[in-house]
Each structure stands twice: as C-alpha cells, then as structure tokens.
Write a protein that binds this ligand. Structure first.
Ligand SMILES: Nc1nc2c(c(=O)[nH]1)N[C@H]1C(S)=C(S)[C@@H](COP(=O)(O)OP(=O)(O)OC[C@H]3O[C@@H](n4cnc5c(=O)[nH]c(N)nc54)[C@H](O)[C@@H]3O)O[C@H]1N2
Ligand SMILES: Nc1nc2c(c(=O)[nH]1)N[C@H]1C(S)=C(S)[C@@H](COP(=O)(O)OP(=O)(O)OC[C@H]3O[C@@H](n4cnc5c(=O)[nH]c(N)nc54)[C@H](O)[C@@H]3O)O[C@H]1N2
Ligand SMILES: [Mo]
Length: 670
C-alpha cells in the first residue's frame, strides 16, 4: 500500500516548504517538495530528504525512559507513561512546595515545530506554577526586538517583488544555506541587471557573485550602518520628506550617527575605506534598493543597535514606497497574532531567566533551580557556554526532564526522558517566517512507538497537579481555534482558505504583495517608524554606542558558528559522520604551521574545543568558522563551538552573542 500525504516542513527555517510524504505500509519512505507553497515551488532542501532516517533511526526515542545510572551516564530503563509522568508531577509539586515556583525552570525554544509545541498548554502550566519565565534569546532576539521597536514588525518586501530591485543588499545572511528558496528570486533579479552587495566576513556563495563584497569584521555592522546614515546627512541625501511624514525620532538617530565617518567605520570593520564608500553609493544610488537583513549580524554585543540602524537605512535613504524597495527580515509578525491571553489562567510576574545564560542559571544559588524541564531545545549543543551547562546538568540536586524525539546530547543528562512524535506523526499548525504562509500539518503516519505530543504531556502533568480548564485542552482543533482567535492581521476570507485547503497566505487588496508605506504601514501605535526606539530608551538601553571588539592579544581569533546545509541547528546532527571542522584562512594556517586535516584546538577562558583544520581560501585572516549544531559524538574532545562562546548578551533584548567568541588557536598534530 503506497500513498502520498500532503504536509509542510516546520523546521526553524524561513522557507516552510510544502511537502509530499510518500507512505508505504505505514512508514514514510520519501519526502519531496510540492507546489502548494508558491515560495518553495516544488523543491526542497537535501538535508530534510534525510528526515525519515532520523524518524526511524537508532537514536529515535520510542518509550519513556528513567535514569538508571549516574547523572550524565546515558543509562536509562524503559518505563510506562504513568510512572514517568508521576515522577515529573511529583518533582514539580515538591519543588514548588519547598522552594517556590522560582526553582522550576522550563527551557523551551521553538524546537523546529509548529505553534502547538510551545506557548500553549505548557505556558498555562508554567503560569499556574509561577515557574521561571525563559527569555527566548537563543536567536532573533535583536532582530525581532528591533523589527518590533522600529516598524512594529510590519511585513517586509516580498521575495517575488525582488525582480523589480536595482540593488539587492544581503547583509549578514547566507541564503544558499539558510534560505535556499530565496536564491531563485535573487538570480531572477540579477539576470535582469540588479546589482548585488554582500556584507559578510566570509566570501559566501552569493559574495562570489556580488558586485561588491564587504568582508566586515564580525560585530562591526553597527559602525557601518551609522556611518552610512551620517554620510547621508552630511551630503544632504537624507529623505527628509519621508522622515517627516512617516517616522519618529529620526533626528535623534542622525545625532547619534554624526560622529561616524566612512573612514572610522572602515577602520572598525577592518576593510579598505573605498569598499565602504562603494557601499554608501549603493544605498545613495538609484532604487529600488532592497536590503535582505539576516541573522548573522545580530549575534554579537552590538546586535541590537546594528539591527535597528540597518533597519533604519531604507527610511533614511527613502527606499520605501516602491515595489522592490525596502527590507526583508522576518515575516513572522505579518499575521499580528497575540496568544498571550490564556483562558482562565492567571498571568503572574515570574522570575525571568535568559536562555542564553543557562550555565549561570544552573550554577547560581538565587534562585537555585531544582527542576528543569527541557523541550523544543537541545541546550547541550545549541546554547552558549557548554561547559557551564554541563556542570549544571550534572548537579545531583537538580531534577531534569527532557521531552525529545531523539536521544540528544541533552537527553543524556536527564532523570526522565519523555518521547514525542515528529511532525510526520502529529497535528500542528505552522507559520512561516520567510513569507506569510500558514500551513496545517496532519499525521502522515501513526505514532512511531509509544510517544505523546508536548501538549498532551503537559495536559497530563497539569491534571496530576490539579490544573484544568480550556487552556489545558490539548486537542488539535481546540489549539488551532485558540491560536486563530489571536490573529489580528488577516484580511477577509484569508483564514477560510486554511479550512478548505490547509494553507493560507495574507492577501492584499490588489492581489499583489503589499508595498511598505503604500499598502501597509508600521504596526506601531502611531503608524510611524520609530528610528531611535523609545521602547529601548525607556529601558535605559544604550544600543547605538559601539562596544569594542572583545578580542585580546591572547585570544585574537574571532570564531563564527554559522548554519550549514546538512543540519537545522542541531537537528539531523545525529546523522552526520564527519568530525567537527575548524575553517581558517590560508595565511593563518601557514603562520601556525597548520595543514588541511590537522587536529587543532581553540581555547579561551571558558573552555576548549578540538577540531579538524580546514584551510579555507574564502576566509579573511583572523577569522575561524566552527559550524553550529555539531553533536558531541562528532566533536573530538566532546565540545563544540558553544564551549568557547560567552554568555554575554545584547543590552536591550538580551540576545545571544555567539560570534563574540574570541580564541587562540593551536595545532595539536596530524
Ligand atoms: N540549512 C540550514 N538552514 C537554516 C538553519 C540551519 O541551521 N541550517 N537555521 C535556521 C535558523 S534557526 C536561522 S536563525 C537562520 C539563520 O540564517 P542566517 O541569517 O543565514 O544566519 P547565520 O548562518 O547565523 O549567519 C549568516 C551569515 O552571517 C555571517 N556573519 C557572521 N557574523 C557576522 C557579522 O558580524 N556581520 C555580518 N554582516 N555578517 C556576519 C556569517 O558568516 C554567515 O555567512 O537560518 C535558518 N535556516
Ligand atoms: N554556536 C552557535 N550556537 C547557536 C547558534 C549560532 O549561531 N552559533 N544559533 C542558534 C540558533 S539560530 C537557534 S534558532 C538556536 C536553536 O536552539 P535549540 O532550539 O535549542 O536547538 P535545536 O538544535 O533546534 O533543538 C531543537 C530540539 O527540539 C526537538 N524537537 C522538535 N520538535 C519537537 C517537539 O514537538 N517537541 C519537543 N519536545 N521537542 C521537539 C528537536 O528534536 C531538537 O532536538 O540555536 C542557536 N545556537
Ligand atoms: Mo535561529
């Protein structure tokens, strides 16, 4: 028996492919792209082709497990659900009774899943217990915070409009890897004569095709953006009429930028000044100009200010108001969803824990975390300061439960592991962030093993603790209805299509994607863009003051850990067989006596990692690349990029600063 099941990919990726799953005798045997999502248009990435191997692989979790050996030993015994759930409920009840809700830490990111996987039943439980509130800063905190503060997260320039652009700026993004369905739109524009500008420390694929590649030193984007703004001001190139009509606080931003010259920014970015002058010309020249703002530039101490200043550029230069001009960051705000109200559940003020500082949270005394609930996350691999996290997870007085699909590096430290289904076995609703598409996900096959979705697990735990009511209803139809009732941005009939076809996109009155400042205006209170965000000033966050490079003579190398095309964060990392690489520039390799394939170590005060040296002509001297998401089994000393990544965060949004890792590099041998 063979049939095809229509579904959608919920990975943490802008694209959100619509997929068809081939099902033979109750098993998914293949995944293919299909055409229901016009953006992904029938093709899918190669990494997700391997998802069935993950689903049925040796690491798949199919039964609840209870620790049966020392902490971290990885020894477990199979248990019935009732026993496992009783343990979890007892631990939460006891912790709350003895130490208060502040001793319970839920640790959840988005897990590469849909909207049911977090923020729904789980959130009702945490509010009821007055548990710690995790601040979701592992990714996109500066991006999302700046997009909200400046434009209220209005929709950006739709990729299908890029063909109209004269200049495309890819700023801190590598779409060939992390957003492949953008590439055809990029090529279509280039084929029509558009110019391409890339700002990236690495010579990425698009950088090789670019008319201008600015190989910025990591963390210097704030300086560059402020210098562009100041230069526009000095040369009278500021779009004054637009600023007066549509923005607030532009003069504050101009004043903030004034001390920055192109020379000073070039110095900070460690690039020749003529490259910065050409960057200025690209912004000041003929439009439409569209900036694709990526996430690479936010992952450092200056991330908040860099994001806000770059987002201000289309306003300063007057790039809005035309098809193909403006910016594209995340479209996640397009539907204007607010699901913060949970029916019948109080919303007390809770102790906030920044997820990028888990190591500190688990080793602190006030509050001392006694119960940790990890779901939709793999902190042993993905979160900063890996050694501190390991020390915390090894504490004998910490009870840890992990809800997972596969035996991740984090699971090995659990007291209880609760197995959950993958998107091919489950009901979900997924909202894309590269376009506005919503897609309903239904099970392609029955559960693999004795697994239960997050929402069912949290409802079961809540019931054991005496919490009940509509907010704890885990049925997919109830969750979908509740989520959809929070949508504020849908046009007439937009959501009806979800019911009939399982997908929905935002429509615009003329049937074409909205043009900013023509069809849509900032979703801020007054409909204006706030170029020097008041929200941040009120917090006292000084985001536009450039913080200097954290490198020292002892730790001079800047280590980046970007996405690769074989994993999504750490997902699918279990299928990898190659050892962790560390890419370095040929001149650095020659100086250190390193040849390709040598064993090297990167060290700083936080920790050390070992890797296989890869000489990379696309890197400038002084930069190392160790990809994110590598599992311990592929790390020669058991430590990955996050072993040397600090817990320092950005001033306004608390964003992780992965690319602030500074290390020294040493050859260990062949
Ligand atoms: N295949 C694949 N796709 C993915 C993911 C994945 O893991 N694998 N992850 C998904 C997720 S969760 C996200 S958030 C997105 C991320 O997607 P991207 O925005 O592409 O983010 P990164 O890969 O972190 O970095 C992008 C680029 O920024 C550069 N960069 C690093 N530091 C700086 C800097 O200071 N300034 C500038 N200008 N550039 C810098 C890096 O060299 C890199 O080429 O991709 C999503 N898509
Ligand atoms: N060094 C370094 N580290 C980074 C980054 C970097 O640039 N450099 N960038 C980071 C970025 S962009 C991001 S977004 C974060 C991601 O941080 P995390 O979300 O912690 O990392 P993932 O590897 O995506 O882990 C998600 C886990 O959720 C599980 N999962 C999927 N669906 C479900 C579900 O329905 N229920 C449950 N219970 N679990 C589920 C998956 O199996 C997977 O193990 O990591 C960041 N880590
Ligand atoms: Mo991310």
């Amino acid at each position: 028996m063979k049939h095809v099941h229509e579904t959608a990919c919920p990975m943490d990726c802008p694209d959100a492919c619509s997929l068809s799953a081939t099902v033979e005798n109750g098993r998914v045997t293949a995944l293919d792209g299909d055409g229901r999502n016009p953006f992904t248009a029938g093709f899918m990435c190669s990494k997700m082709k391997r998802y069935p191997e993950r689903m049925y692989g040796a690491d798949r979790l199919t039964h609840p497990l209870i620790r049966d050996g020392a902490k971290g030993s990885g020894l477990f015994r199979i248990a019935e659900w009732d026993e496992a759930l009783d343990r979890v409920a007892d631990a939460l009840r006891d912790t709350k009774a003895r130490w208060g809700g502040r001793a319970i830490l839920p640790y959840a990111y988005n897990g590469s899943n849909g909207v049911f996987a977090s923020g729904m039943v789980d959130e009702a439980l945490w509010r009821s217990l007055e548990a710690c509130e995790p601040l979701r800063t592992l990714c996109a905190a500066p991006a999302s915070g700046a997009a909200s503060a400046v434009y209220g997260k209005m929709p950006g320039t739709d990729p299908s409009d890029w063909v109209h652009a004269k200049t495309i700026v890819l700023w801190g993004q590598n779409p060939r890897v992390s957003n492949i369905h953008l590439v055809p739109h990029l090529h279509a524009a280039l084929d029509r004569g558009a110019r391409l500008v890339v700002l990236d420390p690495r010579r990425t694929g698009p950088a090789k095709r670019a008319d201008l590649h600015v190989p910025v030193w990591p963390g210097s984007d704030l300086a560059l953006a402020l210098a562009l703004i100041a230069e526009a001001d000095r040369r009278g190139r500021v779009a004054r009429a637009f600023l007066d009509a549509h923005t607030r606080n532009a003069d504050l931003l101009l004043a903030e930028a004034r001390p920055w010259t192109l020379e000073r920014a070039a110095d900070i970015a460690r690039v020749p000044v003529d490259l910065v002058a050409r960057l200025y010309d690209a912004y000041a020249g003929e439009g439409p100009v569209v900036t694709r703002v990526g996430w690479g530039l936010e992952r450092n101490r200056n991330g908040d200010g860099a994001m806000a200043a770059i987002l201000a550029l289309p306003a300063i230069f007057g790039h809005f108001g035309v098809r193909g001009g403006g910016y594209l960051l995340s479209q996640s705000g397009a539907w204007r969803v607010d699901t913060s109200q949970l029916p019948g559940v109080p919303n007390p003020r809770r102790h906030v824990v920044n997820m990028s500082q888990l190591g500190s949270a688990l080793t602190a005394d006030d509050p001392k975390i006694r119960a940790l609930v990890v779901y939709d996350a793999n902190p042993m691999v993905s979160s900063p300061n890996q050694s501190a996290i390991e020390r915390g997870l090894l504490r004998d007085d910490l009870f840890t439960v992990v809800l997972e699909q596969v035996m991740t590096d984090t699971c090995r430290f659990a007291d209880v592991i609760l197995p959950v289904p993958t998107f091919l076995e489950q009901h979900e609703l997924h909202r894309a962030y590269g376009t506005s598409i919503l897609q309903r996900i239904t099970p392609a096959v029955p559960f693999v093993g004795d697994v239960r979705p997050n929402e069912v697990v949290f409802a079961d735990v809540a019931r054991r603790l005496g919490f009940e009511g509509p907010a704890f209803d885990p049925r997919p139809e109830a969750l979908e209805a509740r989520w959809l009732s929070g949508v504020r941005g849908a046009g007439p009939g937009d959501l009806d299509r979800l019911k009939t076809s399982g997908t929905a996109t935002l429509s615009s009155p003329n049937g074409r994607p909205p043009v900013a400042f023509v069809d849509v205006f900032p979703y801020t209170d007054d409909g204006r863009a706030d170029l020097h965000p008041e929200a941040w000033r009120r917090m006292g966050a000084d985001v536009f003051t450039f913080l200097p490079d954290p490198g020292t003579p002892e730790h001079p190398f800047a280590m980046l850990s970007p996405a690769t095309d074989t994993t999504i964060n750490s997902i699918l990392g279990e299928l990898q067989t190659t050892l962790q690489p560390c890419h370095l520039a040929p001149s650095d390799a020659a100086r250190l006596g390193v040849v390709d394939g040598d064993r090297v170590e990167a060290v700083n005060d936080l920790g050390r990692l070992e890797a296989v040296a890869r000489i990379d002509p696309d890197l400038r001297p002084g930069i190392l690349v160790v990809p994110k998401g590598i599992w311990r089994r592929n790390c020669p000393s058991g430590f990955g990029a996050n072993a040397v990544i600090p817990e320092t965060v950005t001033p306004a949004t608390g964003g992780a600063s992965y690319n602030d890792a500074r290390v020294r590099l040493r050859r260990l041998g062949t």
